[in-house]
Design a protein. Structure first.
Length: 461
C-alpha cells in the first residue's frame, strides 16, 4: 500500500506547537493528492509556543495569528497531544514506531550568556526569564525580579530587548486589559524602575530592532527615549549598512531623538551604542552596576561591521540586569544537537544522520526571524519531506498505522494528555476569567491549574 494514499495516509509527528510546527502542519494538510495524519505534541497543556509565552501582552494583534493555527487544528486529520514531553513522557523510539516522519519544532528554550564575570549575581537575569514571567509561562512564573531598583540595564538591542524595555518603561495601566499574568501586573504596578539602559555593542546602523519597535519605545507616554548625539554619528564603515532602508529608518529616528534631548517624562530609556559589558558588578551577592567598554567599529575580512574594544571603560548603576543577546536551543534525548550553534544539525530541514526526521523554526535555523518567517521556512522543510516520501525514503522498520496506538501508549503510562478540545475548554475558561477582570484573558500559569481547567470539559462563554 502506497504511503500517502487514502488507504495508508502518511503519518507525521510534529513535536512542538509553536508557529513553525503549525506552519509545517498547514503545509502538509494543503497538499493535494496526499492523505496525511498529523499528531502534534507539546510539553505544555497549552498550544502556540512563543505566541502565547513570548509575544508581549501589549502586542495582541500579533497573537491573532492563532486563528490560522486553530483552523489547522480543526482539520480532522490533525490531533493535539498537550502535556506530553519528548524525552520524558514519550521517546524518539516511540515516535519512529508510530510515524513515517517526525518534525522537530521545538524552538529555542534557553538563552545565550555573555561570558563575563558576575553573571551569577542575584539581579542578573535573562530576558527569556522576564518574558516568560510576564507572560505567565509555567517555567518562569516563580522567578523573582527586584523591581524596587531604580536603574535597570538591558543588554542587546534586538526586538526582545525592546519588549523587555517597553514592559519596564510603560505605564502598567496600559497593560491592565491585556493577557499579562496577574502577578506580573501587580508587581509592575509597584515597580520603582526609573532608568532603563539599553545597551548596543555596535552602532545605530547595525541595530537588530525593527523600526516599528524602536518607534514604539520613542512614543511611550511614560518615558523619554534618550540618545547621546555623539553616538549617532556614523563612520565610513557603517555607510553600507546605512544604505539599507530599514537601517536608515533606525539611524534617522535615533538621530532625531538625540536632537530632542532629555525630555521631561519621569522615566528614561537611555539607548547607548558601541558599548559592551565586561563585568556585572555586585555588592553582597547582588548586582549594583555594569562595567562597560567602549567599542570602535571595524570591518572584518568579509566586510561585516564588528565591534572591537578600545580599552576605555565606564560604569553605569544597575540594580537589575537583563541579558537579551539571543535565544538558544537545548538538547533533547535521542535528537542530534549542535552544541556550538545551539540548534539541531540539518540540511534543508533534514536532520543530519537521521532518516525521516526533520526540523523547522528556530531549532532549524537559530533564533531569528518574525513569526511569519516560519511559514516559508516550514514549507521548505515540508518540500524535503514530500520529496523523500515520494522517493520512498523512510527510516527502516515497521510503522504502526493504528491511530489508537499512541493514545493507548500514553494512557498506559498514565500521561494525562490534553486534546485540542480540552485546550478549547481551558481557553474558554481563561477568556471567562479575563472578562470578569476586564482583561482579554487571565492565563492559568501552572500545569496543575491548566489540567484542572481542561478536565472540567467545555464551557460556554
Ligand atoms: P536578535 O535580534 O538576534 O538580537 C540580539 C541582540 O543581542 C543584538 O543587538 C546583538 O548585537 C546583541 N548581542 C549578541 N551577543 C552579544 C554580546 N555578547 N554582547 C552584547 N550584545 C550582544 O535576538 P532577539 O532580540 O532575541 O530576537 C530574536 C528574534 O525574534 C528576532 O528575529 C526578532 O526580530 C524576533 N522578535 C520579534 C519581535 C517583534 O516583532 N515584535 C519581538 C521579539 C522578538 P549584534 O547585532 O552586534 O550581534
Amino acid at each position: 500500500m502506497k504511503i500517502g494514499s487514502p488507504e495508508r495516509p502518511l503519518r507525521v509527528a510534529v513535536v512542538g506547537s509553536g508557529p513553525s510546527g503549525f506552519y509545517a502542519a498547514e503545509a502538509l494538510l494543503k497538499q493535494k493528492d496526499l492523505a496525511v495524519r498529523i499528531d502534534m505534541f507539546d510539553r505544555l497543556p497549552t498550544p502556540y509556543g512563543l505566541v502565547r509565552g513570548g509575544v508581549a501582552p501589549d502586542h495582541q494583534k500579533i497573537k491573532s495569528v492563532t486563528i490560522v493555527y486553530e483552523k489547522v487544528a480543526q482539520n480532522p486529520a490533525f490531533r493535539f497531544f498537550g502535556n506530553v514531553k519528548l524525552g520524558r513522557d514519550i521517546q524518539v523510539e516511540d515516535l519512529t514506531k508510530n510515524y513515517d516522519q517526525i518534525v522537530y519544532a521545538v524552538g529555542n528554550e534557553s538563552d545565550r550568556h555573555l561570558g563575563v564575570p558576575g553573571e551569577e549575581l542575584a539581579g542578573n537575569h535573562s530576558a527569556t526569564a522576564f518574558v516568560g514571567w510576564y507572560n505567565g509561562h509555567p517555567d518562569w512564573r516563580e522567578e523573582k525580579f527586584d523591581l524596587a531598583q531604580e536603574s535597570a540595564a538591558v543588554i542587546g538591542i534586538g526586538n526582545v530587548a525592546m519588549d523587555v524595555t517597553r514592559i519596564l518603561a510603560e505605564d502598567p495601566e496600559e497593560l491592565k486589559g491585556t493577557d499579562i499574568a496577574g502577578y506580573a501586573l501587580d508587581a509592575l504596578r509597584l515597580s520603582k524602575v526609573k532608568t532603563i539602559w539599553l545597551l548596543g555593542r555596535r552602532g545605530p546602523a547595525q541595530a537588530a530592532y525593527s523600526p516599528a519597535e524602536i518607534h514604539e519605545i520613542g512614543a511611550l507616554e511614560s518615558a523619554d527615549l534618550v540618545v547621546d548625539p555623539k553616538e549617532t554619528v556614523l563612520g565610513a564603515e557603517s555607510q553600507k549598512d546605512y544604505a539599507d532602508p530599514e537601517n536608515k529608518k533606525n539611524v534617522d529616528y535615533v538621530a532625531e531623538k538625540a536632537k530632542a534631548g532629555e525630555g521631561s517624562r519621569a522615566k528614561k530609556v537611555r539607548l547607548r551604542f558601541c558599548v559592551s559589558p565586561t563585568e556585572v558588578i555586585g555588592k553582597d551577592g547582588k548586582v549594583v552596576a555594569l562595567k562597560l567598554e567602549r567599542n570602535k567599529l571595524i570591518l572584518d575580512e568579509k566586510g561585516a561591521v564588528k565591534a572591537k574594544g578600545t580599552g576605555e571603560f565606564e560604569t553605569i548603576p544597575a540594580g537589575l540586569v537583563f541579558r537579551s543577546v539571543g535565544y538558544r536551543g537545548i538538547p533533547i534525548a535521542g535528537v542530534p544537537f549542535d552544541e556550538k550553534a545551539g540548534k539541531i544539525p540539518n540540511a534543508e530541514g533534514r536532520v543530519q544522520g537521521k532518516d525521516a526526521q526533520y526540523v523547522v523554526g528556530w531549532a532549524k535555523r537559530g533564533p531569528s526571524g518574525l513569526i511569519g518567517t516560519n511559514r516559508a521556512d516550514s514549507a521548505a522543510t515540508v518540500k524535503a519531506m514530500l520529496e523523500d516520501a515520494a522517493a520512498g525514503r523512510f527510516a527502516p522498520g515497521e510503522v504502526s498505522a493504528d491511530d489508537n496506538a499512541v493514545p493507548a501508549l500514553l494512557k498506559e503510562r498514565q500521561i494525562r494528555f490534553v486534546t485540542f478540545s480540552d485546550w478549547k475548554a481551558l481557553d474558554k475558561r481563561e477568556l471567562e476569567n479575563g472578562k470578569a477582570k476586564g482583561k482579554i484573558r487571565e492565563k492559568f500559569t501552572t500545569v496543575p491549574e491548566m489540567l484542572e481547567a481542561a478536565n472540567k470539559g467545555p464551557v460556554s462563554v
